[in-house]
Design a protein around this ligand. Structure first.
Ligand code: PLP
Length: 386
C-alpha cells in the first residue's frame, strides 16, 4: 500500500489526533529549495537557523548549536560538562526517556526525583535529599505548559556546585519571569522533532554560554572532526583536519534547518493558536469535578501539551469514551522508574509521580487547532462527566 493511500484512509477515519504537525506549502517549498541548493549536509541553512533561533530566544551573549535531535542535544550536554562513569545526575522520574538514556550513554546513573503537584516539574525540596557525593548535575524539564521554578533550581545548583541542564523541549517560545526560555539557563536544550511546537522533522539545539563550549560542541556533533563551522556554513568543507575528542554524527542537515526556519517564521501564529486552544480547554474543564487542569493562564506559554489529571481511577474509561467518539488521547508519561531499565535507580519519595503516572492524560492540541475538532474533545469530556 502506498503511503498516500494510507494517509487518505487515516483521514477518512476522521479522528482528532493528539498531535498534528503543521506542514504547509511554504515549509514544503523551503525543503525543495534546500534540496535544489545541492549541499545536503550541514551548511548555510544550519547557520541561518542558529542565528534565527538566537534572535528569537533573545540569546544575547549565549550561543546556539543546532543538532540532529533533542536526544543528541542531551547526550552532548552530558559529554560537554564531563559527566562520566560513576557520576550521578538528578532528574525527575516523570520525564522523557531521552533524558535518562543521555545520562546512561555516558556511563552515569540517573537519580530519580519526584515532581510538584502544581507544575508536574521537579520538586527541588525533594531533590535536596537526593544530593550525594557523586552528584554532578541536574536535568530539569518544563512539562507540557508548566514551568520549572528556575530561580530555585539555580540557587539549589549553586549551593551544591552542580551544573543545570534545562530541558526546554516543551517550552519553546515560553517566557519565565519576563525572560525568554533560552536566555537564562546554564545549558539549555530544545527538540524540534515531528510533533513539537515547531518541527525540523527531526532536530534539536543547545544553548550555551561560552565560546569554548561552542567549539567543543561543534566537534562533538561532527564525529569529532575539527571542521570550522564558518566554512561549512558557506556550504564548503576542509579535507584535512584534526580529531581531538570523541564525537557522534549528531549535526543538523540543511534540509531540516530549512524546514525549521520556515516553521520559526510561523511562531506568532502558532503561539496565539495554541494559547487560544489552551484557554478554551481550561474554561470548559475548570468546572468539572474529577478533572484537574494545568495551573496557567497561558499568557507566557504557547502550550506544547494540554494535559488533564483524571481523578478517581477513571482515566481508562474516559480514554475509551473519547476513542469511541473519534478523539485520540495520549499518556505523557509512564514514570521512568516503572521501566525495567530504570527500576533499580536510586530515588526518593515518588508519591506525586506515582499518582500522576496513573492519572495524567494528554488531549489533542495542534498548532492550528480547528475549533470544530476541539469542540468534539470538549463535548466528549463534558458528556462523560454529565
Ligand atoms: C521533554 C523531552 N526531552 C527530550 C526529548 C527528546 O527529543 P527528540 O525527540 O528530539 O530526541 C523529548 C521528545 O519528545 C521530550 O519531550
Amino acid at each position: 500500500m502506498s503511503a498516500r493511500i494510507t494517509w487518505e484512509r487515516a483521514r477518512k477515519v476522521d479522528l482528532v489526533p493528539v498531535f498534528k504537525p503543521l506542514i504547509e506549502q511554504d515549509d514544503i517549498q523551503a525543503a525543495v529549495e534546500s534540496l535544489e541548493l545541492g549541499w545536503l549536509g550541514m551548511g548555510s541553512y544550519v547557520g541561518e537557523f542558529e542565528e534565527a533561533l538566537g534572535a528569537f530566544i533573545d540569546a544575547g551573549e549565549r550561543h546556539v548549536v543546532a543538532v540532529s535531535t533533542g536526544h543528541a542535544a542531551l547526550h552532548l550536554a552530558m559529554m560537554l560538562i564531563g559527566i562520566k562513569e560513576g557520576d550521578e545526575v538528578i532528574t525527575p522520574s516523570f520525564n522523557n526517556i531521552a533524558d535518562f538514556q543521555a545520562i546512561l550513554a555516558v556511563g552515569a546513573r540517573p537519580v530519580l526525583c519526584d515532581i510538584r503537584e502544581d507544575t508536574l516539574c521537579i520538586d527541588i525540596d525533594k531533590a535536596e535529599e537526593l544530593v550525594g557525593p557523586r552528584t554532578r548535575a541536574v536535568i530539569v524539564m518544563d512539562y507540557g505548559c508548566c514551568m520549572v521554578d528556575h530561580d530555585t533550581v539555580a540557587d539549589f545548583a549553586k549551593r551544591h556546585n552542580l551544573r543545570v541542564i534545562h530541558d526546554a523541549a516543551h517550552s519553546f517560545g515560553s517566557i519565565y519571569n519576563g525572560k525568554k526560555v533560552g536566555s537564562f539557563s546554564d545549558i539549555l536544550m530544545f527538540s524540534f522533532d515531528p510533533v513539537k511546537t515547531i518541527s525540523c522533522i527531526d532536530g534539536g539545539a543547545l544553548v550555551v554560554r561560552s565560546q569554548d563550549e561552542v567549539e567543543a560542541l561543534h566537534e562533538m556533533r561532527l564525529v569529532g572532526m575539527g571542521q570550522r563551522a564558518s566554512v561549512m556554513y558557506d556550504n564548503k568543507r576542509a579535507w584535512t583536519y584534526d580529531v581531538k575528542r570523541q564525537g557522534f554524527r549528531y549535526h543538523m542537515a540543511n534540509l531540516h534547518a530549512a524546514i525549521g526556519l520556515s516553521q520559526l517564521a510561523k511562531m506568532p501564529l502558532i503561539t496565539s493558536s495554541r494559547q487560544t486552544a489552551g484557554r478554551l480547554y481550561s474554561e470548559a474543564f475548570d468546572p468539572i469535578e474529577g478533572i484537574r487542569i494545568p495551573r496557567t493562564d497561558f499568557e507566557d506559554t504557547p502550550p506544547f501539551i494540554y494535559y488533564i489529571i483524571v481523578a478517581n481511577g477513571k482515566r481508562q474509561a474516559l480514554r475509551d469514551h473519547l476513542s469511541k467518539r473519534g478523539v485520540d488521547t495520549g499518556v505523557h508519561w509512564q514514570p521512568g522508574h516503572w521501566f525495567s531499565l530504570l527500576k533499580d535507580c536510586r530515588r526518593g519519595d515518588m508519591s506525586v509521580t506515582e499518582k500522576t503516572g496513573h492519572e495524567i492524560l494528554t488531549l489533542p492540541l495542534h498548532s492550528d487547532m480547528d475549533e470544530k475538532a476541539q469542540q468534539r474533545v470538549i463535548k466528549g469530556i463534558q458528556e462523560f462527566y454529565s
